[in-house]
Design a protein around this ligand. Sequence first.
Ligand code: ARG
Length: 246
Amino acid sequence: NLILLVAAVSLIVAGTTTAFAGKKIVNGIDANFPPFAYIDKTGKPAGFDVEAMEWIAKDLGLEVEHMPIDWDGIITSLLTKKIDIIASGMSITPDRSEKVTFTIPYWKINQVMVVKKDSTLTMNDLMKGGKKIGVQQGTTEAKWLKAESEPRAWNFKLGYYSSSPLAVEDVLNGRIAAAAMDDAPAHDAVSKKDVKILGNFGMEAEDFGYAVRKDETELLEKINASLKKLMATPYWDELAVKYNLK
Ligand code: ARG
């Protein structure tokens, strides 16, 4: 029975393996995270991280495919070899670093609250007024707000969403008072919808990095070298301007 079980498990693992074979790399993206990763009007993956990965792959002589994956399960997808890398606006954290290895940091990110444009709420109203706040499930802001609520005597209720834009929709229709997210997607929302940024709510700035499996040391070295190279080219700043990060 044990042998059967082992055989079955091996089959399942083999069936889902697209392990980095040295030619093609599969990048897992949260396709609802503009401006870092999203699907454009023509149905193609776009965004700062998508284009950065295109450059890196070309530099390394690899093909890259961007595969939309649910954010909350994206690390699992990396560990089970459904994807080979996560280049999609992920903060480097000690928790995540226990499971995956991150590249060098490439972007500093702050966390902010997004409210309706005509809202008169203060940050204090929001945190202590029994309001509902939306967060994307599986994010550092979701974890932080949950952990800090009691020690800081906050009494908001958290609502969980599969993406930041969905939380913004509920801010607009009044189901929640605010949505907590990274500043870049917040600015993106402000440029498209009747919302504004209320400001930082106490989290420390984080660093984005790209994640690979811990045993892919050669891939990590290559990506790091290429990323460093890319960050020193004018194209890096052009990308940042193109995606309104600067
Ligand atoms: N800073 C947060 C984190 O790393 C939010 C990132 C959300 N990124 C995304 N692609 N949805 O958890």
